[in-house]
Design a protein. Sequence first.
Length: 213
Amino acid sequence: MQSIPGLELYEPSDLLVLGVGNILWADEGFGVRAVEAFHAAYKLPEKSKIADGGTLGMYLLEIVGSAKDLLLFDCADLHEEPGTLRLLTGDEVKYWSATKISPHQTGMNEILALAELQGHAPERIAVVAVQPKVLQDYGGSLTPECEAALEKAVELGLGVLKDWGYDVQKRAPGEAVPALGDASLNKHDYEASRPSEEEAPREGDVRFFPDFK
């Protein structure tokens, strides 16, 4: 029987490492870039999955509900300086999941609540969250503060998985790493091909802004 591409994502797993966010809105893309960096650096054991959840929202319900343990990368309003990282567990996860810091943010609270109602919520959940600096910058990259936090975020996630007993292996230098999504959206290619601000103003076309003076 021929397998359907991507179907393996929905098979039961011991562990799911997931990054969510929107790479089109500056620091809101932190979770996606963090899971991408984790995937580039480390290899998970068997019966584990790693995924770029992007802005799929409720479409993530099945993959989240099929995992025993969930490690999530995202941004959150931590009331801290931009670029500050925090590891959230237990009741802190419930507080984070109920908080939306922008109109574009994926509502993980609905996903986790529905998974629990269905009796399929992950047994253990940890969130590596960063305090964003800028969200309303359409097409913008991560700010320097959040960019600088990527490496530490990956190491925080690694520490969680080791504490949970997972045998995570560092990738060999030069090892080929399959993309988590369309290759054109990986951080290097996406940013290298971005038009300049002069060619594509991210604040909109000033010709269509009314003059309120």
